[in-house]
Every structure is written in structure tokens, then in C-alpha cells.
Design a binder for this molecule. Structure first.
Ligand SMILES: *[C@@H]1O[C@H](CO)[C@@H](O)[C@H](O)[C@H]1NC(C)=O
Ligand SMILES: *[C@@H]1O[C@H](CO)[C@@H](O)[C@H](O)[C@H]1NC(C)=O
Length: 370
């Protein structure tokens, strides 16, 4: 009797708490667990694109056709480079938020400002830190920040700068960028590599990234989730080019160097700017751990893509005439460049709940609680 009345009063308290939190929110997400994160803003590449590239009519970097989305609700090819959800979806899910909609699907909508307040995704497949990476085929990081700047302007106009800053300070800014720049460098001509040594190339990435991270800060971001470069050399496309089917050493090395620079830029920022905090997810080490110990994580196939044709299913991309595997949850790679939904999900769980060497100095759950 006593215990049932105490559980009744604690559930009443939970309802009050939810109503209290919902009264601060203008979005429609107040249906389940209360959350303290008002919005998720995403900038990045194909690991987080939820459909922006569908709107780039001249781009060939797209995923809005089968067999992409074969495991998505309604088997829909939404433009995600995955058989199902991707990192942006799982981060939103873990935060208790709906997936942030693609910016290019909103910009002409009349009630965008309300939508902006519950999060926006600017990520674009093929994007890089450098403007020159897949120029005109995607939204470069600088272009994404230009778009975010206009969203910021609308939010400030609607809420006033004080409330806008309160909203943005508690929001999560997730960034996944750098892998496409590295792929571009690895595949560039030997004359380009003579002109730009690995060291000068990484220096140029770091200096552009530094400006980008600062610009986002100046537009209100305070909580950064940075998704570092993965073991790019181990994706089926690059293994395919190696006679031994082992990982491309140069690409992996560059990814490690890039991650060191990116994490130290964030660390410097957090020292200089006392109200800025971050969680750095070391995709390189986290994914390599899955590749090296697949049994532990429920994977079987670590080299071949699920969808594609030819050796390692990496000779022909995942296009409608390609075949795809039935055991998608035990493959690390969906297509020649991208993880499966299962991999995206397991990586995101590590980013939320894990610790060094995979995520540091704090995980996403701790970042949210700050
Ligand atoms: C990169 O693109 C942005 C526009 O998105 C532009 O403002 C900037 O000047 C460009 N930077 C370089 C180095 O070309
Ligand atoms: C191919 O794999 C081998 C390991 O078996 C490695 O030593 C070699 O550097 C790789 N080739 C490239 C281009 O990375």
C-alpha cells in the first residue's frame, strides 16, 4: 500500500517535470522522456547527411535510390548513405529528439523558424573541410556554416539574443568532417603530393577547421560533438585497390594525424573559451576495434561491402543493379565507403556511453549533463 502510493506520487512528479520541461519548448518532441537538450544541429559529410544532397540536382554524390534505405521505415531511400539510419539519426535518438530535418528541405517552408528551433541538419555527402573537396557536388563545410549563419539570424530575430543564446548553449552541435579531404589527397596525383606533403596537407586542413570551429562558436555553439576521421584505408573501396586486400596505410595514417590535430584544436578552444565544451569521438580507434575483433561486437564480414558488385563488392557502387547481402547486421560496411546501420548504431552507443581511447575528454552523455 505504502509502496504503491509512493510510486503514484513519483509518477505524478515525473509528469509535472515533463510539463515543466515542455513549457520551455516550442517543438513537438514532448511526447516521451523529458530531455534537457532543446535541439541538435548537424554539420558534416555522408556519415550524417539525411537528405541534403537530394536537393543538389547536379551532384552525383547521392543515395536517394535503392538499395539505400532497404532497412529504413517504409524501405525508403531518403538520401542517407546507409541501409537504414545513420550517425545523425542515432545521435538524435539517444538525445531523445526526432532526427533534425535536412536544411535544404526547409529553406522554402514558411514556418521554418519554429522548425529551426528543434534542430537542423546541414550535412552533405562528399563534403570536406576544404572548399575544393568535391567542389560544386556538395555543400562544403564553409557553405554549411553560411547556411547555419542564416538560421542563427532567424533564431535571434525570433527569440532575441538573450533567449537565442540560452537555446543554443544547451543545444548539441555535431560535426563529422575531414574524411573526404583525406580521400581526395590519397587519390590525388603524385605531382599534387609533391607540391603538398602529408604534413602541409594536414596543416591546411587544421587551419581551415580551426576557423570553422571558431565561426560556429561565434554563432552561438557551446557544446560540440566532433566525430573524427575513421580508418578510411580499411573501407572496401581502398582495400579493393590493394592487391593483398589489406588497409591502405597512407589513408589510415592521415586520418590518425588529422584526428590528433582536430582534438587538439578543440582542447585549445575549451581552454581559451571557458563556456565551450566538447566530446571528441575517435572513430578511427572505435571502428578499428570492430574490424579487429568482429566476434566481440557481433560482426562477421569486415572487409567486403554488403551492397555493390565485384571484388569486395567494391568494384561497382551500391546502385540499383547491384546486389546486396541479406545479413546486413553482421557486415561492418554497407557500401564501398559507408558503414551499415548496425555499425552506425554501435559507434554512436560508444560515443554516448564510452570512454578513452574511443571518446574524450568526456562522452556525449556527460557533455549533455554539463
Ligand atoms: C570557401 O567558400 C566560402 C563560401 O562558402 C567563401 O566565403 C570562402 O572565401 C572560400 N574560401 C576559399 C579559400 O576559397
Ligand atoms: C597493402 O597492404 C599491405 C599489407 O598487406 C601494406 O603493406 C601496403 O602498404 C598496402 N598498400 C597500400 C597502397 O597501402
Amino acid at each position: 500500500m505504502a509502496s504503491s502510493s509512493s510510486s503514484a506520487s513519483s509518477s505524478a512528479a515525473a509528469v509535472v517535470l515533463c510539463i515543466w520541461l515542455c513549457s520551455f519548448s516550442s517543438s513537438s518532441r514532448c511526447h516521451g522522456a523529458p530531455t534537457v537538450v532543446p535541439a541538435l544541429y548537424v554539420l558534416g559529410d555522408s556519415l550524417t547527411d539525411v537528405g541534403n544532397n537530394n536537393h543538389l540536382h547536379l551532384s552525383l554524390i547521392k543515395a536517394d535510390f535503392p538499395h539505400n534505405g532497404v532497412d529504413y521505415a517504409g524501405r525508403e531511400a531518403t538520401g542517407r548513405f546507409s541501409n537504414g539510419k545513420n550517425s545523425a539519426d542515432f545521435i538524435a535518438e539517444k538525445l531523445g529528439l526526432p532526427p533534425s530535418p535536412p536544411y535544404l528541405s526547409l529553406s522554402h517552408a514558411s514556418n521554418s523558424v519554429g522548425t529551426f528551433l528543434s534542430g537542423v541538419n546541414f550535412a552533405s555527402g562528399g563534403a570536406g573541410v576544404l572548399n575544393s573537396t568535391h567542389r560544386d557536388k556538395c555543400l562544403s563545410m564553409n557553405k554549411q556554416i553560411d547556411y547555419y549563419a542564416s538560421v542563427y539570424g532567424s533564431i535571434v530575430q525570433q527569440l532575441g539574443s538573450y533567449k537565442a543564446q540560452a537555446h543554443l548553449s544547451n543545444s548539441i552541435f555535431a560535426l563529422s568532417i575531414g574524411s573526404n579531404d583525406i580521400l581526395g589527397y590519397v587519390r590525388s596525383s603524385s605531382s599534387n603530393k609533391l607540391k603538398h606533403t602529408p604534413q602541409t596537407f594536414i596543416d591546411s586542413l587544421a587551419s581551415s577547421l580551426q576557423q570553422q570551429l571558431r565561426r560556429i562558436y561565434n554563432l552561438g555553439a557551446r557544446k560540440y560533438v566532433f566525430i573524427g576521421g575513421g580508418p578510411i584505408g580499411c573501407c572496401p573501396a581502398l582495400r579493393h585497390d590493394n592487391r593483398t586486400r589489406e588497409c591502405n596505410v597512407e589513408a589510415n595514417h592521415l586520418s590518425v594525424e588529422y584526428n590528433k590535430r582536430a582534438s587538439s584544436l578543440l582542447q585549445q578552444m575549451s581552454i581559451e573559451l571557458s563556456d565551450m565544451s566538447y566530446s571528441f569521438f575517435d572513430t578511427y580507434n572505435a571502428l578499428l576495434e570492430f574490424i579487429n575483433n568482429p566476434d566481440t561486437y557481433g560482426f562477421v564480414e569486415v572487409k567486403s561491402a554488403c551492397c555493390g558488385l565485384g571484388k569486395l563488392k567494391a568494384r561497382v557502387a551500391c546502385i540499383p543493379i547491384s546486389s546486396y547481402c541479406s545479413n546486413r547486421r553482421n557486415h561492418i560496411f554497407w557500401d564501398m565507403y559507408h558503414p551499415t546501420e548496425a555499425t552506425y548504431e554501435k559507434l554512436t552507443i560508444t560515443a554516448f556511453d564510452g570512454s578513452v581511447p574511443y571518446v574524450y575528454p568526456i562522452n556525449i552523455k556527460q557533455l549533455v549533463a554539463m
